[in-house]
Design a protein around this ligand. Structure first.
Ligand code: NOJ
Length: 581
């Protein structure tokens, strides 16, 4: 058959147009398929109120202190603040033992201060996420006082009790108890009550519908004030198998498997969502979400109508230092979770919080030579990985572990009680203290270092916890003036993520899989591709992406001179965000 050139050309043109149309349609489908939410686009800034800023010289941070720093917070570019608990509390566990859910802790101020804080935050377009601590209350909460007063008190079933005449209850391990015993004998009614955390933190009985309704009321109280969401403390532990079965010996080594995701947990979350969350435009995040990505997705699969965002512990429970656990494992955890969450559900990305040592001391290098550069590299990771980034206050200026020498320096119930336990057992206390220099969560709680004046400008009084003496060099005021500071770099990162749907929603792909030194990945959306390169070591490190970085433009690098970005090596702790052309 003779070929007709006109027909052939027409056919070719039609084919081209059709392909372009399909591509265009796919593009729109990709965009349309994105379940956009403000909290997915947001950057969250966590404030530990006790240590942030003291306004009245009593050595304890307070709400007025936070108000006085709102312009600083706004200057970071962040969208939401997660505030650790500020409710009335005897402070056995720094506010995680609440004795009145509707009042502000005296140390922190008054309800008027709170209302003003919320108003001033909203004025600046900053949302407020409150900590909701309802796996347990304080033993000084009225409910518990009533509950323990007699066996037939109407609040008795607000908590878990075991009558002593039935013998000792089955062993339950406690996170904070000096003897690791979660059942505490109470002579008043000759019974044991359950406390997964300290003795002053009795577990609420979620199996009791009245308890659930009380909590929903508390939630409404704060939501009606206009807050923007909750971080659900330890909530994965709320539902318990109240037949108290025997658990295998040593189960505490795998505690989340045994305590997390109790028999009715998801029912309660769905009920909570129906009764409360669904009525407000808020963000809800669960602290802990089982022990695997498959568990975690159950909390936040939008079809299940439970919570919005999960944060899991695997990436912080990984070990004490990158050089011990290795980058490969770290990459594997994030990639594995991302794989499960790539279609639906949403994760938080964080490397530190008030329960962790300082980010740079654990995942980076806090020596003077590398502290700044590795802090920047780590923040680059947090801000470019898929999920909502969380920054713990102080990490944006590269604060480091204080490394206390003496147990007396610690205030933390966890560290102190574990020390006590070891002492009773005749263990190696010196080794314990040495280990805590790297691992204690109190390292992350030292007062914020605002400037080089006394106590780092945190308080005019005696700080409740020692200020890191390095505040003379590491402080916000000094970094304000330096365009290359950790602080100003952090601001750039926040801005970049905010302006980039690719970084907010784009698909994540790990590159150079087995590289033990460099974490490399792409983020991709709608034909746009960003490459992120992170050297987690103090040496030069080579990478192999399988393509050249020659065709890229630099979005941000953490070294002042970025001349090396087109090579295939990174300088120590170097990070690069590149756009692929
Ligand atoms: C998790 C909190 O983040 C931690 O600080 C607290 O000690 C426990 N839950 C108990 O509430």
């Amino acid at each position: 058959m003779k070929k007709n050139p006109t027909l052939f050309l027409l056919f070719a043109f039609w084919l081209l147009a059709k392909t372009a149309l399909i591509a265009q349609n796919e593009k729109t489908t990709i965009l349309k398929n994105i379940d956009k939410k403000w909290w997915k686009e947001a950057t969250v800034y966590q404030i530990y109120p006790r240590s942030f800023k003291d306004s009245d010289g009593d050595g304890v941070g307070d709400l007025k202190g936070i108000i006085s720093k709102l312009d600083y917070i706004k200057s970071l570019g962040i969208d939401a603040v997660w505030l650790n608990p500020i409710y009335t509390s005897p402070n056995d566990d720094n506010g995680y033992d609440i004795s009145d859910y509707r009042e502000i802790m005296k140390d922190f101020g008054t309800m008027e201060d709170f209302d003003l804080l919320l108003k001033e935050m909203h004025k600046r377009d900053i949302k407020l996420i409150m900590d909701l601590v309802v796996n347990h209350s304080s033993d000084e909460h009225e409910w518990f006082k009533q509950s323990r007063s007699s066996r037939d008190n109407k609040y008795r079933d607000y908590y878990h009790w075991w009558p002593a005449e039935k013998g000792k209850p089955t062993y339950r391990w406690s996170f904070f108890d000096v003897n690791s015993e979660a059942w505490k004998y109470d002579a008043q009614t000759d019974a044991y009550y359950l406390h997964y955390f300290s003795q002053k933190q009795p577990d609420l009985n979620w199996e009791n519908p009245k308890v659930r309704q009380e909590v929903y009321d508390i939630m409404r109280f704060w939501l009606n004030k206009g807050i923007d969401g909750f971080r659900m403390d330890a909530f994965q532990f709320a539902s318990k198998d109240t037949s108290w079965p025997e658990l295998p010996k040593g189960y505490e080594k795998n505690i989340i498997k045994y305590y997390g995701v109790g028999p009715h947990l998801h029912e309660y979350l769905q009920e909570m969502n129906r009764e409360v969350f669904s009525k407000y435009d808020i963000m809800t995040v669960s602290e802990g979400a089982g022990s695997s990505p498959e568990d975690a997705i159950q909390f936040v699969d939008p079809d299940r109508k439970e919570l919005d965002m999960a944060y899991h512990f695997e990436s912080v429970d990984i070990g004490n230092h990158v050089k011990d656990f290795g980058l490969a494992k770290y990459k594997q955890i994030f990639s594995r979770y991302d794989e499960t969450f790539k279609e639906k559900g949403w994760l938080s990305i964080f490397l530190a919080n008030h329960d962790q040592p300082r980010m740079v001391s654990k995942f980076g290098n806090d020596t003077p030579q590398f502290r700044a550069v590795s802090s920047k590299m780590l923040s680059t990771f947090v801000m470019t990985m898929r999920g909502t980034p969380y920054n713990f206050n102080g990490d944006e200026i590269g604060m480091v572990n204080i490394r206390f020498d003496n147990i007396e320096d610690y205030n933390d119930v966890d560290t102190r009680n574990k020390y006590e336990q070891l002492k009773n057992a005749g263990g190696d206390l010196k080794a314990f203290l040495e280990n805590k220099k790297q691992t204690s969560r109190e390292n992350g709680r030292t007062p914020f270092q605002w400037d080089a004046t006394a106590n780092g400008g945190f308080t005019t009084g005696k700080p409740w916890l020692k200020v890191n003496p390095n505040f003379t060099e590491i402080n916000a005021a000094a970094q304000e003036k330096d365009p290359n500071s950790v602080l100003n770099y952090y601001r750039k990162l926040v801005k970049i993520r905010k302006a980039s749907p690719v970084l907010q929603y784009g698909k994540y792909t790990l590159l150079d899989h087995d590289n033990p030194n460099v974490f490399a990945y792409t983020r991709e959306l709608d034909g746009k591709k960003v490459v992120v390169l992170l050297n987690f070591t103090d040496k030069e490190a080579a990478f192999d992406l399988g393509f050249s970085t020659k065709n890229t433009t630099l979005i941000l690098g953490n070294y002042p001179s970025t001349k090396s970005f087109k090579s295939n090596t990174l300088r120590p702790y170097e990070s690069l965000i590149l756009e692929l052309k």
